[in-house]
Design a protein around this ligand. Structure first.
Ligand SMILES: Cc1cc2nc3c(=O)[nH]c(=O)nc-3n(C[C@H](O)[C@H](O)[C@H](O)COP(=O)(O)O)c2cc1C
Length: 207
């Protein structure tokens, strides 16, 4: 595809995407969603810490339990797949050696590692975990766009009880959850056009 038509296609996708609460009963291959998650994992993060982790849920009983934790939101069981996007800063910092770029000389690696550990050492645990959650939202943006590009409808959700979701999925207490995302093919009930601020209400220039 020519670059110009590629850009127009992306613009169309962005302007038309809506959160879906009515999914078609059609099954979705978990492997296809996993391929999309592989692309999501290319997202950038501060210090390249990549603190995002994913749980891909197709098991009906687990979805049922998650729906209870998500205040009964029907899309949790209505969608064939639910992804729990969480961030784990303990694991991310345990793996700090793995995120340093292999092209860095050993001395620079050690220096960066100490700056990273020093920076998080000055934070409270809550600050550290919120920092990780903010990085997780970068992955969420990637995921919502990529799903749409691959022809899937999605419903991002923050309306759930995090401790209950952690318990159902066996996540550690320090895990933060930027979102649960219900994923599938859109059903017949379309939510209508998008409603957003025009950019001139959001943007100012300093020249
Ligand atoms: C992080 C996040 C959490 C959200 N949580 C919920 C939710 O729990 N339940 C729900 O029905 N919609 C939820 N939404 C959907 C928003 O209400 C929706 O994105 C917004 O109203 C704009 O509508 P649109 O996505 O259809 O364009 C959430 C969206 C985001 C990005």
């Amino acid at each position: 595809m020519e670059l110009q038509s590629f850009r127009s296609a992306i613009a169309e996708v962005l302007k038309n995407r809506r959160s879906c609460r009515d999914f078609a009963p059609q099954a979705v291959e978990a492997a296809e969603v996993a391929e999309i998650l592989e692309l999501v994992a290319t997202a950038p993060s501060a210090w390249n810490l990549q603190p995002w982790r994913f749980v891909l849920i197709t098991d009906p009983e687990t979805k049922e339990a998650l729906q209870g934790a998500a205040f009964g939101q029907k899309q949790v069981t209505g969608a064939p797949v639910v992804v729990a996007l969480y961030t784990d800063m303990v694991d991310a910092l345990d793996r700090v050696d793995d995120v340093l770029h292999p092209s860095l000389p050993a001395e620079a690696k050690e220096g960066t590692k100490q700056r990273i550990l020093g920076s998080f050492g000055r934070m409270t645990t809550a600050e550290r975990d919120q920092w990780g959650k903010a990085q997780g939202n970068i992955a969420l943006g990637y995921l919502l766009l990529l799903l749409e590009l691959h022809g899937y409808a999605s419903s991002p959700m923050l309306g759930f009880d995090p401790p209950a979701v952690r318990k159902i999925l066996g996540l550690p207490d320090h895990a933060e959850l930027p979102a649960l995302i219900a994923i599938g093919k859109a059903g017949p009930v379309h939510p209508g056009p998008q409603h957003r601020f025009p950019v001139d209400q959001l943007l100012r220039y300093v020249e």
